[in-house]
Design a protein around this ligand. Sequence first.
Ligand SMILES: NC(=O)c1ccc[n+]([C@@H]2O[C@H](COP(=O)([O-])OP(=O)(O)OC[C@H]3O[C@@H](n4cnc5c(N)ncnc54)[C@H](OP(=O)(O)O)[C@@H]3O)[C@@H](O)[C@H]2O)c1
Length: 319
Amino acid sequence: MRVVGVTPDAYGGPEALRLFELPDRHAGPGKVRIAVHAAAVNPTDSVVRSGLGHDRQRGTEPPFVPGMDVAGVIDEIGPDATTDLAVGDRVMAIVMPRGSHGGYSDSIVLPDSSVVRVPAGVSLVEAATLPMNGLTARLALDLLAVPPGGTLAVTGAAGTLGGYVVQLAGQDGLSVLADASKEDEELVRSLGADVVVRRGDDVAARIRAVLPGGVDAVVDTALLGRLALAAVRDGGGLAAVRPFSGDSERGITVHQVWVREYRHERQKLDRLRRQVESGTLTPRVAGVYPPEQANVAHARLEKGGTRGRLVLRFRNQPV
Ligand SMILES: NC(=O)c1ccc[n+]([C@@H]2O[C@H](COP(=O)([O-])OP(=O)(O)OC[C@H]3O[C@@H](n4cnc5c(N)ncnc54)[C@H](OP(=O)(O)O)[C@@H]3O)[C@@H](O)[C@H]2O)c1
């Protein structure tokens, strides 16, 4: 099998990523093997590449392979797998990368609980953008538990995670205030935001100008931290997608969101599939690269300004 990964002696920038050939793996009990067509490139993949996540690799052998989302075709099902999926089915999955097990692979063995069918009418490249960020958006909303009719603000709303939060929150019956630059305003509105305010460090003041008492909750995908907290009403909630530094205030609960908690939530992943099929959730692809150019994709993501996900395509069949 072919993977894109990094060895500790090369930890660093995008150029650290290289192709490696590893022995094939097989689906053990409760597992399925996927011939991967597409793997999404997420901001967190740079944690593996740079070596910042080195502690998590303890007890594993390099190369260390990033990647938390894949889509492809099942080519092996292990014994005792509790799945209605069959060899040949087109599927998408969330991946918890560790050691040489990661999404940037042309073949991967995963727990059956992390794998569902791709939405009908959606390409494998598009489907690869869904599992990890879709489940993160779902988890953030579940932790905040704002009842229908409540108000939610989303920072970084034009981004992949922020866009999914805006769409799912609308489906949950929340009233959504989202931030955007002037250029992204139309995009964020098209995702269903009820109110769009200009992004920036003063976003809380702009939200308060619309809702003086503050919103019930914020999902802070732009990592504004305390600057976003100021938009929340007394006793409300904030969902932080990277560690929140500092204390909360005014009785606001800060929920730390770790998508790992939802890695076996097959029903929730399958609900995301149905939401795509019904047109209420929209996968967005910004660009497709061959695995040899994973470094180019990483460099582009880190420059900022991508709208939609960058995807590595490992196989070229037109599925
Ligand atoms: N904890 C978890 O389980 C988990 C899971 C998934 C994602 N995450 C994290 O969630 C974050 C977002 O991920 P993503 O995939 O959505 O990234 P993304 O697609 O790059 O989106 C981030 C968005 O935030 C915008 N932004 C950056 N700085 C901003 C600011 N100061 N004010 C307003 N908007 C700003 C970006 O705009 P520009 O492009 O113009 O900079 C971009 O539109 C990342 O840090 C990721 O690691 C965490």
